[in-house]
Design a protein around this ligand. Structure first.
Ligand SMILES: [Fe+2]
Length: 318
């Protein structure tokens, strides 16, 4: 029988993010995947409530964290990897190609200190395995949404982050700096070729009115009903669909603030001479979000792109 971790999902409604605790039923060793650090952009207040709820779950269930890991540098929330790694005495990890994303954002923020691999205990290359009691976590490269995106495969269970979403939502955007729609297409093909019984857990859900948030899906369900895979599109069709859709999407509210935290493994900047920490905001580096038309107003034409002023992200390695 295939290894079968116990999975507990934690949904973060303000950002639609999913974080997970995946545990080995035999030993109680667990991994925390994509934990969220709360942040209120109006006040600049950081809070650990969501991450603390995850830590409490471990305590209640008698689990011990071995690993706290991110699937990719998130653009819509702050990562709690560093916080929970320290609090729980667990090691931290993410994909090794995070250095590519650091390189891009080091320039955007003019912040050379971002270029460091010391923020994590392990940087994973495809095929690397992390021990988890009697189970193991295998790192599978699944770039596209970011250049550093990694799927974690534990036995019959894959944490697929921002590749495929629930079938009625489709797939993740691929227009951030370092993103690549073709790489996303190829990553999705790779995920769909996993054993058919593999359980898939997504990185977000944005449920439409009337549907509760959901996060577990399957290869059969995705092949049959994902709205972006209808008709089994070839790479060119998928890329054209993805790029057209991405042109209409505004940047995530927290992207410009979150990446300077998440590319430090979820560490906040060091306090400055006055004892307080500050985040940077690069000015005039991205196109504005498409304006939402008022009732009766004509929509903007053509839509503005949420494109990085460094150039087309698709030219960057995926
Ligand atoms: Fe993401």
């Amino acid at each position: 029988m295939q290894d079968h971790p116990i999975v507990r999902a934690f949904h973060h409604p303000p950002t639609g993010s999913l974080a997970y605790v995946a545990s080995d039923p035999g030993t109680g060793r667990c991994a925390i995947i994509d934990p969220v650090l709360g942040f209120d952009r109006r006040s600049g207040q950081v809070d650990t409530q969501f991450a603390d709820t995850m830590a409490l779950h471990l305590q209640t269930e008698g689990l011990r964290a071995e690993w706290v890991i991110d699937t990719h540098p998130h653009a819509d929330h702050f990562s709690a990897v560093a916080y929970l790694g320290e609090r729980l005495g667990a090691r931290t990890a993410t994909g090794a190609t995070v250095t590519m994303v650091q390189e891009i954002w080091t320039k955007l923020y003019n912040l050379p200190e971002l270029r460091s691999t010391a923020w994590w205990d392990r940087l994973l290359i495809p095929g690397d395995r992390l021990e988890l009691g009697s189970l193991s976590i295998e790192a599978i490269a699944s770039p596209g949404h970011t250049a550093a995106s990694v799927t974690y495969l534990i036995g019959d269970t894959a944490f697929i982050h921002d590749t495929l979403f629930m079938p009625d939502i489709g797939t993740a955007r691929a227009d951030f700096p370092g993103a690549d729609a073709r790489a996303l297409y190829e990553s999705i093909q790779g995920l769909l070729s996993l054993p058919e019984g593999t359980r898939l857990f997504t990185g977000h859900d944005y449920p439409p009115e009337g549907r509760a948030a959901a996060w577990e899906t399957s290869i059969v369900q995705q092949r049959a009903t994902n709205i972006h895979l209808r008709g089994n599109p070839d790479a060119a069709s998928f890329i054209a669909m993805r790029q057209a859709r991405d042109q209409s999407l505004p940047l995530p509210d927290l992207m410009l603030l979150a990446l300077q935290v998440n590319l430090r493994g979820g560490r906040l900047p060091e306090p400055e001479a006055d004892g307080h920490a500050y985040l940077r905001l690069p000015l005039d580096r991205f196109a504005a979000a498409p304006a939402r038309p008022r009732t009766g107003a004509r929509p903007p034409s053509p839509p503005l792109r949420a494109r990085c002023a460094l150039g087309s992200p698709s030219r960057l390695p995926g």
